[in-house]
Design a protein around this ligand. Structure first.
Ligand code: MRU
Length: 356
């Protein structure tokens, strides 16, 4: 998708380094950063220079390729793979991508190992781009149906950033929106600010602006009221891990939006590539929920009147804060899952029929 009219993907390999858009600097600064070593990749995932489940997976895949480039000793690559998996706990795409890379490289000792690793990392990213495009083609039908009935602007609420910046391109939740916009269907997006890191305001609104899509940022507590007023036609969110039961783990606050949507008969869709499905865990209480530094809550960054980036503390110095990064929306609140293969019910049967 575009930034200042120029097409980008979120990650690519060039001159022996991995290039990423440093998302901790958006929206005020656009900086492309070089990731030279597997340690750099682990750090980029951990501090959220890259984030969003599919992009975390793509970065981990390139992280393995960088480990091979540094030192193709099997023990080093294995240790690096374990460190990569631990860099963030919730998004399943991370382990999925590392496992796929390690399977591909297993038993290969030849001079070709680096080429094979780089090819597989690119394949993972290309596949994600294709899957996200298909999510858009499939999800477009839902938006189109609402538009055909309403014959007016379709208002869509989204939480966090499940946009192209969270994937390789297109996004998951935003892909149907981009496809609708390209087809000339008028859409307007309610963008949940998404405290504490403000991925909605800093990233989703930013990328929608760059594509010329009308959007309005709202405080995280506003969505319920908008739904009661009839101002939301549908919700679409992404996910970091969807269980085979159809339960959906996503950015903290998603669950509350799903409850409000359920109470107001607003369709609540979750968009995901199959790499986000966890086929092993069945009880959502077993999903590792990331708890991040409370400083993400107590401090906030922005630009001051002189255009300088500043970080300020907004909480009382003596207050404690708790920063859980994800929650789980039970399947019963999910209208449907929009995947690369089609739209299905959030249930074991439907997911098995679609993917197994
Ligand atoms: O903490 P983040 O910014 O990595 O969380 C991102 C989300 O919660 C997204 O909704 C999810 O990863 C899906 S991305 C297509």
């Amino acid at each position: 998708m575009r930034i200042e009219g120029k097409e980008y993907r979120t990650i690519w390999f060039e001159n022996n380094v991995v290039k990423i858009i440093n998302q901790t600097k958006l929206p005020h600064q656009f900086i492309i950063k070089d990731i030279k070593t597997v340690k750099d990749a682990i750090n980029a995932i951990n501090v959220m220079e890259v984030r969003g489940a599919p992009l975390i997976g793509g970065t981990a895949a390139y992280g393995i390729a960088l480990a091979v480039q540094e030192n193709n000793d099997t023990d080093f690559i294995k240790k690096s793979s374990e460190e990569l998996i631990q860099s963030r706990p919730t998004a399943i795409n991370l382990k999925w991508a590392v496992d796929r890379m390690m399977n591909k490289l297993s038993g290969i000792n030849s001079d070709q190992i680096l080429d094979i690793a780089l090819k597989e990392a690119k394949e993972i990213c290309d596949e994600d781009e294709k899957f996200c495009e298909n999510i858009g083609i499939n999800g477009l039908k839902i938006i189109e149906e609402i538009y055909n009935k309403k014959k007016d602007i379709v208002n869509i609420l989204t939480h966090c950033n499940a946009g192209w910046l969270a994937t390789i391109n297109w996004g998951t939740a935003t892909s149907p929106i981009y496809h609708a916009h390209k087809k000339g269907i008028p859409v307007h997006i309610w963008v949940d600010e998404t405290r504490p890191r403000n991925q909605g305001a800093n990233l989703t609104s930013f990328e929608l602006n760059e594509e010329g899509i009308p959007n309005t940022i709202i405080a995280d507590n506003t969505g319920g009221t908008l739904m009661q007023r009839g101002d939301v036609d549908m919700c679409i969110v992404g996910t970091d891990r969807t269980l085979s039961t159809g339960d959906v783990c996503n950015k903290i606050g998603t669950y509350l939006k799903a409850l409000a949507a359920y109470d107001n008969n607003v369709p609540f869709y979750v968009a995901l590539p199959s790499s986000t499905i966890d086929w092993n865990i069945r009880d959502f209480k077993n999903i590792p929920i990331e708890e991040r530094n409370s400083e993400e809550l107590s401090h906030i960054e922005g630009i001051d009147v002189d255009g300088k980036v500043q970080k300020v503390m907004i909480y009382p110095e003596k207050s404690k804060a708790m920063n859980l990064a994800f929650d789980v929306t039970p399947a019963k609140y999910v209208t449907g899952l929009i995947t690369e293969k089609g739209i299905c019910e959030a249930s074991t049967d439907a997911l098995h029929k679609m993917f197994k």
